[in-house]
Design a protein around this ligand. Structure first.
Ligand code: PEP
Length: 246
């Protein structure tokens, strides 16, 4: 099976003014990388960023969605709303949401069902804490998160898995290349078990302190099919340098 086209996804989190978001979007549309590019701005910036991306090949995504299609859910945003604004992806189960909002695997799975129903591709995040890694539990923890979070039809809907060790996010620390390769090999085995043969083409992203300086080595690893990028996605030049390394 040929390697899937890499996906380089920028998670802008809760950063920036509207003017900064628009400028960043204008900076990334200049990309001519072979990889697919995706930016996930904060909700209030989605509409203007969609306008800035119009006509480009850069995709738009949300950073979360509610599991219901509509209703009395103050402060929440549905997958249909994201789709209506031009999004094609949504990040689900990021470790910051799992920690800040006590999101369980079951809730992430329900959100992924809603995302697929709305025509979005879910990017489901999994990853171990430092204590879990030091206890030798990284692979079983991640396998458990996958089994609990992936909905039926995930691979057919173009779903993506992002492996993000919690201790590598925003810290400047990364696992060794051997550890990333080993974890991604176990992820591939797990998605094949959960999704059947379709799991062979499912993109597995690595996330956690990806920078222009380490992107090439990480993205060259077997079963690493792209990156989910936080801090380095806030500078167009850094994000494009990572995309060029894919
Ligand atoms: C993230 O939050 O998904 C992330 C990977 O952040 P950073 O690149 O800053 O570690």
């Amino acid at each position: 099976m040929p390697r899937p086209r890499p996906l380089i996804a920028g998670n802008w989190k809760m950063h920036g003014t509207l003017a900064e978001a628009q400028a960043l979007a204008c900076g990334v549309v200049a990309c001519d990388a072979a990889a697919e590019l995706l930016v996930c701005p904060p909700f209030p910036h989605l509409h203007p960023v969609a306008a800035a991306l119009a006509g480009s090949a850069v995709a738009l995504g949300g950073q979360d969605c509610h599991h219901a299609a509509k209703g009395a859910h103050t402060g929440d945003v549905s997958a249909w709303m994201l789709r209506d604004l031009g999004a094609s992806y949504v990040i689900l189960g990021h470790s910051e949401r799992r920690a800040d909002h006590a999101e369980s695997d079951a809730l992430v799975q329900a959100k992924a069902v809603a995302a697929i129903a709305a025509g979005l591709r879910p990017i489901i995040c999994v990853g171990e804490t430092l204590a879990q890694r030091e206890a030798g539990q990284a692979e079983p923890v991640v396998a458990g998160q996958l089994a609990g979070s992936l909905p039926p039809g995930f691979a057919e809907a173009g779903g993506v898995v992002a492996y993000e060790p919690v201790w590598a996010i925003g810290t400047g620390r990364t696992p060794t290349e051997a550890d990333i390769a080993a974890l991604h090999a176990s992820l591939r085995a797990e998605v094949l078990r959960l999704c059947g043969a379709q799991g062979a083409g499912l993109r597995l992203l690595y996330g956690g302190s990806v920078k222009p300086g380490n992107a090439k080595a990480i993205l060259a690893l077997a079963d690493v099919n792209g990156a989910l990028v936080g801090g380095a996605a806030l500078m167009a030049a850094d994000f494009l340098a990572i995309a060029a390394a894919a």
